[in-house]
Design a protein around this ligand. Structure first.
Ligand code: PMP
Length: 297
């Protein structure tokens, strides 16, 4: 079985109660969110029981809810307490864990409109995370997806709404069908947008280039990497990057809460063009600095 499943022995917080994983079957088949993807979620890490960047994740969760008009019926402090309870009751004292708050609409309306005053359910689930902070994870092979990211006017990119993940899912399936690990996606203007569920950084000597946060989520890991770069003599340049420019860079890495910093070994642009990266010095440097930041947060 995949390592990415939620812990079968874990306790899940649902609407104020701790429920055993095997009993957490509380979504009705008529749930609005199941039909129309009107749910939101967060991805958070906790190292040795301490949560990294918790206020930013909680703010993003509430902003996502506001974007979709979801009434969470709980305060930010309630969510913080729920996360602490999940960590404590599951005894996550050592190692790296992934915490997943999720909110979904109940049975509200059989049409797409959804009621603003319907109260959502909230869950906080979790799983052990393979240690993405470790240095020895093999660099991955990317596909430049044939799917494009819709324009910002067609997709609320700051929202972690489940509906935002249709294109990432399709593109990751496309990569997997070609035997590749993950994807890089372009926006509708042909510039690099992001990975399937990660941000991207291109390295050239002491400069980091990254797409503007227009057709991608402005990830919390992305923001941390930009700070680390600026504190360590790198210039950080937000730029429009075309696929034919990728070969000019020394390194490429992806960032995200669940994966940390992912080194990229190659990107297949087409059946005829594959770019390989041989150097990982900057990537490993950022990996190390990010790890220290998470551990010492
Ligand atoms: N882009 C997308 C589409 C994502 O889902 C994520 C989160 N996995 C990211 C970027 C990275 O964001 P963060 O660093 O906040 O996890």
């Amino acid at each position: 079985m995949s390592q990415n499943v939620f812990e079968e022995n874990s306790l899940i917080w649902i609407d104020g109660n701790l429920i055993k994983y095997k009993n957490a079957n509380c979504v009705h088949v008529a749930s609005h969110s199941l039909h129309y993807a009107s749910s939101i979620f967060e991805g958070i890490i906790a190292f040795d029981g301490k949560v990294f960047e918790l206020p930013r994740h909680v703010d993003r969760f509430f902003n996502s809810a506001a974007t979709l008009g979801i009434n969470l019926n709980l305060t930010k402090q309630n969510l913080i307490d729920a996360i602490s309870q999940v960590i404590k009751e599951n005894n996550y004292v050592n190692g790296l864990y992934y915490i997943r708050p999720l909110a979904w609409r109940d049975v509200e309306d059989a049409t797409i409109k959804g009621y603003k005053d319907g109260i959502a359910h909230v869950a906080v689930m979790s799983r052990r995370l393979y240690n993405c902070l470790n240095k020895d994870i093999s660099p991955i092979h990317l596909l430049l997806s044939s799917w494009k990211k819709p324009p910002r006017s067609c997709m609320p990119y700051d929202c972690k709404g489940s509906g935002n993940y249709l294109i990432p899912i399709l593109s990751k399936q496309e990569a997997r069908n070609k035997g590749l690990d993950d994807v890089l996606l372009l926006d509708c203007d042909g510039f690099v947008a992001e990975g399937g569920s990660t941000n991207s950084f291109f390295v050239k000597e002491k400069s980091l280039f990254t797409p503007y946060p227009i057709h991608c989520l402005n990830g919390i890991t992305r923001q941390n990497i930009m700070t680390i770069a600026k504190n360590n003599g790198y210039s950080v340049i937000e730029a429009n990057i075309r696929p034919d420019e990728i070969e000019n860079f020394d390194e490429l890495f992806l960032t995200g809460t669940a994966v940390g910093i992912l080194a990229v070994a190659s990107i297949t642009l087409s059946s005829k063009t594959k770019i390989e990266f041989k150097k990982f010095d900057a990537t490993n440097f950022f990996k190390q600095m990010y790890k220290e930041r998470v551990i010492n947060f």
